[in-house]
Design a protein around this ligand. Structure first.
Ligand code: UDP
Ligand code: MG
Length: 335
């Protein structure tokens, strides 16, 4: 994980980096900062707080500038416009230097008093700790779609988490090195990391009702989440072998089309009547055409991949032992 350029080379990396994306949450930022500071200082951790302003149009930036001036633990990253929560998390992750990175929402729905429990869960061996809003304090219109989303994602990826999209999560820094968040993929972080072999655990957390501002995600998130599910299922399973998925579908279509056309050819050969007006003829032709298309799409994907694939795309190393062990190794947390 790269250390941000402004940080002095002689500074020690903090044990914990907090990454907090926010979009129009001016009312809560100062209180959130105070509560985080109280919690982490009582626990005795070295820490940094990275606030990512995702194009807020309220007084959020001014509030954060005052926090930066008063507290050297705070860094503010201002986006030029609203790029979305995934982009904001991604920028925060790049800047984070801690051995443990914790994300939380800025609206005070997540409780900073839980921070030390997240650190403890990582110290006990988890790579990723996912908050679970056990007693969720959101309206029915948010909780019901969320249940459906969790069930579908669990089924698709073979997971058993009750709250994939909880903003409160902790990571061993290593887990973030190859996590590429963009679009609205923040909902799929557990699925993406599970697919790379990281150890996930779930931690029940307190959840408070939103007292200021309003939710930034509307009903459209179910549709977007559904579409992203296909993307993530494809990229986690077939990112390094797209030819397999396109090829398998294409071959099945070719086979089905071939069977249809062979049957009709047989009928024609034995003189069982004209076949030019049979719907089966069109079905067989379409299956053959699209089957060929699928296979060639897979081959093109493989050609593109062979030029662009990186080491990080192929595997994830947990640790190295022995003479060549200079790589990233999970270190115990220093306080
Ligand atoms: N957020 C963001 N960019 C956006 C939308 C949201 O940084 O485009 C932040 C938001 O300010 C909050 C967190 O993401 O800190 C979670 O958003 P919200 O509370 O609206 O989601 P909900 O709790 O309603 O699911
Ligand atoms: Mg919220």
């Amino acid at each position: 994980m790269s250390i941000e350029p402004s940080r002095s080379q002689f500074d020690l990396a903090p044990a914990v980096s907090l990454v907090i994306p926010f979009y129009n949450e001016a009312e809560t930022l100062a209180a959130l900062h105070g509560a985080i500071r109280h919690e982490l200082e009582t626990a005795g951790f070295t820490y940094e707080i990275i606030l990512v302003n995702d194009g807020s149009t309220d007084a959020g930036e001014a509030v954060c500038r005052a926090l930066v001036a008063a507290d050297p633990h705070v860094t503010l990253i201002n986006f030029r416009k609203n790029f979305g929560k995934s982009a904001a998390l991604s920028a925060g992750f790049r800047a984070a230097a801690g051995e443990i990175v914790i994300t939380m929402d800025a609206d005070l729905q997540d409780d900073p008093a839980e921070l030390t429990r997240f650190v403890a869960a990582i110290e006990q061996g988890a790579d990723v700790v996912c908050g679970w809003k056990k007693d969720r304090r959101d309206p029915w219109g948010k909780t019901a779609p969320s249940r459906l989303f969790n069930a579908v994602v669990n089924r698709t990826f073979g997971l058993k988490l009750r709250d994939h999209n909880c903003g409160f999560k902790a990571y061993r820094a290593q887990a973030l090195a190859n996590l590429n968040l963009y679009g609205e993929l923040h909902r799929f972080v557990p699925a993406l990391l599970h697919a790379r072999g990281y150890r996930l655990c779930e931690l029940p957390v307190q959840h408070h009702p939103r007292r200021f501002g309003k939710s930034k995600f509307g009903a459209s998130r179910l549709v977007k989440g559904g579409l992203d599910l296909m993307t993530v299922a494809m990229t986690t399973r077939y990112a390094t072998r797209p030819g397999h998925v396109f090829g398998a579908i294409g071959l099945l279509m070719l086979l089905a089309g071939g069977l249809c056309l062979s049957y009709l050819s047989l009928l024609w050969l034995i003189g069982a009547g004209p076949i030019g007006n049979r719907p089966l003829l069109f079905l067989g032709m379409l299956l053959m055409l699209f089957g060929g298309q699928f296979i060639s799409t897979g081959l093109i994907a493989e050609l593109v991949l062979s030029r662009s694939i990186t080491e990080g795309d192929k595997y994830d190393i947990r640790d190295r032992v022995g003479a060549k062990s200079g790589g990233a190794v999970a270190r115990p947390v220093s306080r």
